[in-house]
Design a protein around this ligand. Structure first.
Ligand SMILES: [Zn+2]
Ligand SMILES: [Zn+2]
Length: 322
């Protein structure tokens, strides 16, 4: 794996430099952004007292765990490692499935997600990064403001990243454009499917209501905050064993919940690498899933880390640190 490979997935050579922003978000999707982020978040806050003695059962917990795992893997394996960074090749059914389950994480339509994230790598922790916690300076007040901005404030910016500049490959793929346009449908499915299943399994309306609450709303909000923590916490706190151009860090407490994405320093040091938790004991469930997809023959040309490259990145880091 070479450095040229990194450049290729972050931003192609600037033959004609297009602006970083595309058309602004329309009013209806903008209002929807608030509704679908603050709604689940309100549910998450309400969940804590409600968990005791009211409306939480094993069916809700099992459904929440299954929907959480599948939809966050749609983001980590699909939107992130496959669509943004092309760390492996996928056959068509897998490609479409990853686009759909990633959409069901309710982190925005696929081409917006990929454009934002490629822009993040192209400008990481510098001007132009859509979500750097260092955007306002390094004083305590600036860092509080920066944390909020990197964690969820940036999501409410109506200036969308320009998909024509950052994700032309996705715009050229009719399957992906279709999934992008169906984002409203996948939003409905991800919230209503747990309710339908909860209702059928318990054979009661109440079972549908509690499954909607726990496996729909609460699950989506937890998933949002874990993913956003990679943007906020993992650019502020943690270890930095590998040479990266930014403040990305490895933060172990989030390794399991984030499916390996919190090994974020390695990821920025080597963006196309299919595994982020590369050292002994660094749990990376997404990498394990890619390994299984490779065994099934659905994923090919997986860019697994090589010891030579990892040692070089560690040496370079030590040289910079002096
Ligand atoms: Zn990052
Ligand atoms: Zn990335």
């Amino acid at each position: 794996m070479t450095l040229a490979a990194d450049a290729e997935t972050t931003e192609s050579a600037p033959r004609e430099v297009r602006p970083i922003h595309g058309a602004p978000r329309g009013l209806a999707p903008h209002i929807a952004t608030y509704v679908f982020i603050l709604g689940p978040f309100a549910a998450l806050i309400a969940a804590v007292p409600l968990a005791w003695g009211w409306g939480l059962g094993w069916v809700d917990i099992a459904l929440a765990a299954v929907f959480y795992t599948v939809t966050i893997l749609g983001v980590t394996v699909g939107f992130h490692r496959y669509f943004t960074h092309r760390s492996f090749k996928a056959n068509r059914p897998l490609r479409v499935a990853l686009a759909i389950v990633g959409s069901m994480a309710l982190q925005g339509p696929i081409t917006h997600w990929v454009a934002d994230h490629r822009r993040h790598h192209a400008f990481s922790d510098r001007d132009g990064d859509p979500h750097s916690p260092w955007a306002f300076g390094t004083s305590p007040v600036a860092l509080v403001k920066g944390f909020w901005h990197a964690h969820m404030g940036w999501v409410f910016d109506r200036n969308l990243s320009n998909a024509e500049r950052f994700a032309p490959d996705l715009l050229a793929d009719p399957d992906i454009v279709r999934v992008h346009r169906q984002f409203g449908l996948w939003t409905a499915v991800t919230l209503l499917a747990p309710a339908v299943l909860g209702g059928l399994i318990t054979w009661s309306w109440w079972g549908a209501v509690t499954a909607f609450f726990w496996a729909g709303l609460v699950r989506v909000s937890l998933l949002h905050h874990v993913t956003w923590s990679v943007n906020s916490v993992c650019h502020m706190i943690g270890s930095r064993p590998f040479a990266a151009r930014d403040k990305s860090a490895n933060f172990w407490p989030l390794a399991v919940l984030s499916m390996g994405e919190s090994w974020h320093n390695l990821h920025h040091a080597d963006p196309t690498c299919a595994r982020h938790g590369v050292r002994r004991g660094q749990i990376d469930i997404s990498a394990r899933v890619i390994w299984m997809l490779e065994k099934l023959g659905w994923a090919t040309d997986v860019r697994w880390p090589t010891e030579r490259r990892l040692t070089a990145l560690e040496k370079r880091r030590k040289a910079v640190a002096g």
